[in-house]
Design a protein around this ligand. Sequence first.
Ligand code: BGP
Length: 488
Amino acid sequence: MSFPKDFLWGGAVAANQCEGAYLEDGKGLSVPDMLLGGDVNTPRTFLPKTDETAFYPSHEAIDFYHHYAEDIKLFAEMGFNTFRLSINWGRIFPNGDDEEPNEEGLAFYDRVFDECEKYGIQPLVTLCHYEIPWAIVTKYGGFSNRKVIDLFVKYAVTCFKRYKHKVKYWLTFNEINIACMDEGGIGNLYGLGIMEDEDINADHRIPLTELKSNPQRTFEALHNEFVASALAVKAGHEINPDFVIGNMIAHVTVYPLTPNPKDVLAAFDEDNLKNNFCGDIQVRGEYPKYIFRYFKENGIDPSFITEEDKKILKEGTVDMYTFSYYQSGCVTTGEDAEMTQGNLLKSAKNPYLKASDWGWQIDPDGLRYTIDKLRDRYPHTPLMVVENGFGAFDTVEEDGSIHDPYRIDYFRPHIKAMGEAIDDGAPLIGYTTWGPIDLVSAGTGQYAKRYGFIYVDRHDDGTGDFSRKKKDSFDWYKKVIASNGEDI
Ligand code: BGP
């Protein structure tokens, strides 16, 4: 098992899940600022700003905005040479369509990148990690409006120019394929900034999984996002030819539940729609043929793909393919299969796998299978796993220690699987675990679903003093990085 010498090791966070300070220094509201927390069985809910007493987890999150120096120091102690974070779009353009960017927002990320530089940590920056400014949702209808392409490109160019000498690695949209997953309107809102008027104007809580959606609007908006991403990639390369700009796909690996050829075909189709479609466009620069059958069978008129857009997609292909991997799922055409929860996707339960408390099926072999498949699909494109991790309840012992062997048990075989994939010839260049420090869950809005090597004293009832503590897994990951993946 041999990780390359210059392998990127680190962790990943998103601004809305860690920063807090949701209106500080000129920031405007972004989508997650409108969402309440749920629990292990209940998804996050949308509540228009009518209830001042409600608890919105992103408003304070883990207060990274004021703790970033302490946190980056801890990451450096673990040996990170990369740190994936997102810029909160609403810090830079509070209303999405402001003439001038917000200087205080820009200055915050200067401070963060300078702190990384102090320790030789390369930032890997996501431009949009579910953080579309709320005003873009209400005023423009999110990416269903072509004007938002220009707003995004202006934002991207502002960041590229400002941080040209501080950031080399960029990602355009986090999990762009969330729009193709079937959890109600959650993908529309998080990924595309679309919410139907009836939901925006509701006077009661709406679970994210019950938001309304309209497939024609979804795929048109997703197309606009592909165009925005491609234009940003092109502009980025003009600003600094050394930039490495990637896409980001939520990879929910699927298997047929049985050897019934009908299940095999159903899994193949699902893999194409949910995992491959967006990556194929962003890596190869054109719509794959299989999607037109799906469009036809689902009454989606593809006339939104113009000749000019096709040219833009070709000119804005990505330099690397990055993805999140947490679990796998099964697909079946049978009707009586037991279903399980998952990251964005409900799927049939795999009898060979265990699952987390949230029903996410644990499958390290699936990671090797996925990387090997991507190696063959995109033979000339470097790959990076930019999210992988285990959400769990943690307990703080009386002496302040936190024993989390279950987290190490999750990571160990996943890291091993990456090593095997590298031995199989995969061009894997880096790995950032999800949530190296506890943060707010994207799916449930919980604090109790903890991912970190670093514990944060903050709880779902709004208590806690935000202090940080190392868990047992902290020293374990430090050792893994120090040995370049040998000592696991
Ligand atoms: C991915 C998101 C992350 C992150 C992760 C874990 O889909 O990109 O933002 O949160 O999933 O999901 P959750 O927070 O719901 O446990």
